[in-house]
Design a protein around this ligand. Structure first.
Ligand code: G6P
Length: 370
């Protein structure tokens, strides 16, 4: 193999552990101590981003989840409407493109057939500009998009995407910042603070990787289940979607994600001792709301695995396990941080179930046919 596994049992595990480096590389040379460099998106970006009125983000699979997270961040920092859509849907409807909109496609490989077709269609539709966020410099997507921002994850071999995803989140956080600046929504002081936040991400990921041993034990609780439900709110909702996708892909356990506030509109009916609920509860303005959502689950005898920020007051009991993450983590880096334990948990469940972790059945790394 051109890319060595080293001492790691699987490429996926190696790639999970490469994330601090991959994210640092993706941020490198694009940020100074306290500024996002104008050159980060290339010489044409300034004109392309100026007074932009809306953003359409298109992707598939894990890359789509990165786009969903970016929506929260771009709307927050740039105060501009963002829509996010799966490429295979977008390309077959009649997307209406208002004036001065930016098209963004996200892809690890840059060869996903639906994403590439969506870009080709977008180029005919009168967007202000097209931007590809991609991990493969020589890919079709990069060749054909007007602007590019490369993630620097390095080759990703495991079919289930890990480091490509967190580097996409780093790239998209920079996009949110760039659009916030272009639309004059961010003061130099705020920029300095956001850049400092972003620069902490590699170290935050490194620290989260230390949860490996307890997550391995936790995996034993999930291994015999046929279903699992992931819950989050705000930007943690798409993080939950990505967590569910990882578990599905490599362990073949049926997993779904729900926005925690939607629990009462259906999935609560599924809750019993055979349906583990994995919940994400950072210390944000929604944590109390998630807490009351989880009380509903507890009251119905559901088993909980909670990833919570320190001092959010969750305690383990016979029905719930609590994994603690640091508090005070920036909104910009929190989604990537909460992704790490979910990757490790899925990995360990898959290993216990004896699946082909790096090459799950029926799936391909890059889907180049429709
Ligand atoms: C396949 C892979 C996924 C990936 C998706 C989109 O389904 O198995 O890991 O997220 O394609 O791929 P892309 O290369 O466009 O990000």
């Amino acid at each position: 193999d051109a890319v060595e596994r080293g001492d790691y049992r699987h490429y996926m595990l190696k790639e999970i552990h490469e994330q601090p480096r991959a994210v640092a590389d993706t941020l490198a040379e694009r940020l100074t101590e306290d500024r996002l460099l104008a050159a980060a998106f290339g010489p044409k970006a300034e004109a392309a981003f100026e007074n932009i009125k809306g953003v359409h983000i298109i992707a598939c699979g894990t890359s789509y989840h990165a786009g969903l997270i970016a929506r929260y961040q771009i709307e927050q920092l740039a105060n501009v409407p963002v829509s996010v859509e799966i490429a295979s849907e977008y390309r077959y409807r009649n997307p209406v493109v208002p004036k001065d909109h930016l098209f963004v496609c996200i892809s690890q490989s840059g060869e996903t057939a639906d994403t590439l077709a969506a870009l080709r269609m977008a180029k005919e539709r009168g967007y202000r500009e097209t931007l590809a966020i991609c991990n493969v410099p020589e890919s079709s997507l990069v060749r054909e998009a007007g602007l590019t921002l490369m993630t620097r994850a390095g080759p990703e071999i495991g079919v289930a995407s890990t480091k490509a995803f967190t580097t996409q989140l780093a790239a998209l956080a920079m996009l949110a910042l760039a659009l916030g600046k272009a639309r004059e929504q961010i003061s130099p002081e705020q920029e300095a603070e956001l850049v400092r936040d972003l620069r902490q991400l590699p170290a935050q990921i490194e620290a989260a990787l230390d949860l490996d041993a307890p997550l391995k034990r936790l995996a034993e609780l999930l291994v015999d289940n046929r279903h699992a439900l992931f819950l989050g709110r705000g930007a943690q909702y798409p993080v939950a979607m990505e967590g569910a996708l990882k578990l599905k892909e490599i362990s073949y356990i049926h997993a779904e994600a729900y926005a925690a506030g939607e629990l009462k509109h259906g999935p609560l009916a599924l809750v019993d001792e055979h349906m583990p609920i994995i919940a994400l509860v950072p210390d944000d303005e929604l944590s109390e709301k998630v807490r009351s959502n989880l009380e509903e689950v507890r009251a119905r005898g559901g088993r909980l695995i909670i990833f919570a920020a320190e001092d959010t007051g969750f305690e383990a009991d016979e029905h719930s396990h609590v994994m603690i993450l640091p508090r005070g983590v920036s909104k910009l880096t929190r989604p990537a941080l909460y992704t790490i334990p979910l990757q490790l948990l899925s990995y360990h469940v898959a290993v216990l179930r004896g699946t082909d972790v790096d090459k799950p059945r029926n799936l391909a790394k890059s889907v180049t046919v429709e």
